[in-house]
Design a binder for this molecule. Structure first.
Ligand code: C2E
Ligand code: CA
Ligand code: CA
Length: 640
């Protein structure tokens, strides 16, 4: 209780309280001394003490009026002058009253100001000097008095008053110090807490980017000394969003905490696991010997995270994509390495997720190119920078142009002609292939219908479809619209699909293809032979044609293994009643060989590259009418 009331006093109030107490104690002491001197009829002392008492009462009254500084000054000066007077009239420097000087100085130092303290100190020294000089010179002699009981009373009074006041003031000092210490501890504690919050992630307790950066700098300094590498691994959970959406945010938080624990357990204590935010983590590994060591860590992390975990009583698995960048090869500073590790992480995502990838320079260029291409492609559609070229396809038996494959070209205003191999993958990644693909389909159908009206014959147009287009649900609508808008009969349209699309084995896809087939549209498998060894999808998805990949055709006459593959494909197609197209036929020998093997159709530079519409028109007209003998046809075609 007492402590409480004390602590609620302000410093000034406490000081006033102490001054009043010191005043009262001094008054008490002086009254006692005065009485004692009265008893022994020591009149000079009684007078001195009486005057002192009056002055102290005045100081007490001053205190009551709120004039604290003056009261303190009056009190301490009164005490000093009174003690000096007592010394002068009594035993001089041998008088026990001298004991009070140091006590007065202590009060002055604690309760008064510096001027008062120095003034009193000077007064005392001067007083002692005067008394000593007067005694030495014999102007005034202070004869020592015999020791009596009164001596004891005087000394005890001085000690009692001094002791009590010193105790009070020292208590204040002790408490103030203790309080200060407590305050200090609190400040240090809250500072540590603030530092922790500023450098850690609140959800997982992992270091955040700020701390990771400083730890990275330490690890780099160390690895410079030891000639080691520092690996930076950028992790992104593959399916966090679906967990969060389906099980709720609390489960999502649990998942992130569990992932954090696994990551921490998977690396060494000196390495840093940091949460960048969301489902992204950064791991900085010091003292990595080489890229193999970094690979080993990435593998370990993938393993650890792939283990299923319990969330809300459900078993959930998450996978992760990791990008790795190395100091010093890929960069010298934290930001550069993090950016590169991030890029590499996207590569890992592209590679099908649950994987890791190292950063390399080509990746950097491709990302920059990617950004330019994406923005360029958006405008290209509006500005009409895309064109379709048509590569003739030949019916080998009849020797006639049976159709064409529509191949897109991008006439870029600055970069010139950009081949589709460069921009189609980017369009697929950015989703722009949807709009581009729709345009290709409409334009190809429109052009083919024009040719048909112009009497170019019943040509079949082959249009490449990207698997990305099938992930949108509107392929069917797109195809039907293009046919309807152009008026092209559906059986003049062939769609080229990739093996990767068919391998996904979706009921949805086979139903979709079935519906389009019912309308009359046909399908071929592009680049056949490069993708998968399991051909069971050929039975599930009834396609009409296989386009044998150029890589086999190109080496057909030189490589017996390639010949064996092409032969096998043609035989298998025969038994499945599928048509075959040899792509990339570049010379007469190859043509002769595919004819021999029983291939039905061909396409390649041997006849013609892909041509702009007008040139294609001219090309077809120059071929009509076709010769009748197959051998002649081959010879004729070769002349082209
Ligand atoms: P692809 O579907 O395999 O197209 C055949 C590619 O081989 C074409 O390249 C063509 O010009 C080339 N080629 C044809 N005959 C020969 C030959 O005898 N020798 C050699 N060396 N090459 C030959 P292009 O036009 O550069 O197209 C490359 C790829 O871009 C295409 O491969 C296709 O995957 C994609 N692509 C082109 N146009 C489109 C499109 O409109 N949509 C989609 N989704 N992809 C397209
Ligand atoms: Ca194709
Ligand atoms: Ca092809």
């Amino acid at each position: 209780m007492a402590d409480d009331s004390r602590s609620t006093l302000t410093l000034a109030q406490l000081q006033q309280k102490r001054i009043r107490q010191v005043l009262l104690l001094s008054l008490g002491g002086m009254v006692a001394s005065c009485l004692h001197n009265l008893l022994v009829s020591n009149w000079p002392s009684v007078i001195a003490l009486g005057v002192g008492l009056a002055l102290l009462l005045w100081a007490l009254w001053d205190m009551g009026q709120g004039r604290h500084v003056r009261a303190t000054t009056v009190m301490l000066m009164t005490l000093t002058v009174m003690i000096t007077t007592l010394i002068w009239i009594a035993q001089g420097v041998r008088d026990p009253a001298l004991l009070a000087y140091p006590a007065i100085l202590v009060f002055a130092s604690l309760l008064g100001n510096r001027r008062l303290f120095l003034g009193l100190l000077a007064t005392m020294i001067v007083a002692v000097a005067v008394v000593v000089t007067a005694n030495i010179q014999g102007w005034h002699l202070n004869a020592p008095r015999p020791v009596r009981v009164g001596t004891f009373i005087d000394i005890s009074l001085i000690l009692a008053v001094t002791g009590a006041t010193a105790w009070l003031l020292a208590g204040d000092l002790r408490r103030a110090l203790a309080q200060l210490q407590q305050e200090n501890a609190r400040v240090v504690e809250s500072q540590t807490h603030i530092e922790y919050l500023a450098s850690h992630d609140a959800l997982t307790g992992l270091p955040n980017r700020v701390l990771a950066r400083s730890r990275f700098d330490q690890l780099v300094a160390q690895s410079r000394r030891d000639d080691h590498h520092v690996a930076m691994l950028y992790l992104d959970l593959d399916n966090f969003k679906s967990v969060n959406d389906s099980l709720g945010h609390l489960a999502g938080d649990d998942l992130l905490r569990e992932v954090s624990q696994r990551l921490v357990a998977a690396v060494r204590g000196a390495d840093v696991v940091c949460r960048l935010g969301g489902d992204e983590f950064l791991i900085v590994v010091g003292e990595a010997r080489d890229s193999d060591a970094a690979s080993a860590i990435a593998c370990k992390l993938l393993d650890q995270l792939a283990r299923p975990l319990q969330l809300d009583g459900l078993e959930v698995s998450v996978t992760t994509s990791i990008g790795v960048a190395l100091f010093p090869e890929d960069g010298q500073d934290f930001d550069t390495l993090m950016k590169k590790a991030d890029m590499a992480m996207y590569r890992a995502k592209d590679a099908g997720r649950n994987a890791f990838r190292f950063f390399d320079a080509a990746m950097n260029e491709s990302v920059i190119e990617h950004l330019h291409l994406v923005s360029g492609m958006r405008q290209a559609l509006q500005r009409g920078e895309f064109q379709l070229h048509y590569q003739p396809q030949f019916d080998l038996a009849a020797g006639t142009v049976s159709g064409a494959e529509a191949l897109i070209r991008w006439q870029h205003p600055e970069l010139g002609l950009i081949p589709p191999a460069r921009f189609i993958p980017v369009a697929e990644k950015s989703g722009l292939i949807i709009e581009i693909g729709a345009w290709v389909l409409e334009e190809a159908c429109r052009q083919t219908m024009c040719w048909q009206r112009d009497g170019l014959g019943d040509l079949t147009i082959s249009v490449n479809l990207s698997p990305v287009q099938f992930r949108r649900d509107n392929v069917e609508r797109l195809v039907l619209n293009a046919l309807q808008a152009s008026g092209l009969p559906a059986n003049r349209l062939e769609l080229e699909l990739t093996e990767s699309l068919l391998i996904e084995d979706s009921e949805h896809l086979s139903a979709l293809l079935g519906r389009l087939r019912a309308v009359g549209v046909s399908f071929s498998i592009d680049d056949f032979g490069t993708g998968y060894s399991n051909l069971s999808y050929l039975k599930r998805f009834e396609v009409e044609r296989l386009k044998i990949d150029q890589s086999f055709i190109r080496r057909l006459t030189e490589d017996t293994q390639d010949e064996a593959i092409v032969r096998a494909i043609i035989q298998m197609a025969g038994s499945l009643k599928l048509d075959t197209v040899a792509e990339g036929v570049e010379d007469a020998d190859t043509l002769a060989r595919i004819l021999e093997l029983g291939c039905h159709h061909g396409q390649g530079f041997y006849w013609s590259p892909a041509l702009p519409a007008a040139q294609f028109d001219a090309f077809v007209r120059s071929r009509q009418p076709a010769a009748s003998a197959a051998t002649d046809r081959v010879a004729m075609a070769g002349d082209a």
